[in-house]
Design a protein around this ligand. Structure first.
Ligand SMILES: [Zn+2]
Length: 113
């Protein structure tokens, strides 16, 4: 019995595996199963260190000292960061920190306040 997911484009059930890709014989769509699963839930959800869902405009505090790349500055644990913006990438929070300026943070190193 096949456990392959249906084609995300045309919903055909006749998908088959081709290496790491899945292929739909009806509309010729090719995709990788991992990507399809991620796309299924709409917007990616970014969570803080304890699992709170973060949104644009939230305020967070930093839970560990973070070195600022390319400088000797350190964002101290407990630093409050207001009005964050979520973005894509390894560092998924865009923000401005008093005394430091614009920088990017990782969501795993902050906690919603
Ligand atoms: Zn298809």
């Amino acid at each position: 019995m096949s456990t392959l997911p249906p084609c995300p484009k045309c919903n055909s059930e006749y998908t088959y595996e081709d290496g790491t890709q899945l292929v739909c014989p009806e509309c010729a769509h090719e995709w990788s199963p991992g990507a399809a699963a991620e796309a299924g839930d709409g917007e990616p959800v970014i969570k803080d260190s304890v699992g709170n869902v973060l949104q644009d405009g939230d305020s967070v505090s930093v839970i560990k000292d973070l070195k600022v790349k390319g400088s000797s500055l350190v964002v101290k644990v407990g630093t409050k960061v207001k009005n964050i913006r979520l973005c894509d990438g390894d560092h998924d929070i865009d923000c401005k920190i008093d005394g430091i300026g614009a920088m990017k943070l990782k969501s795993e190193f902050v906690r919603k306040v």
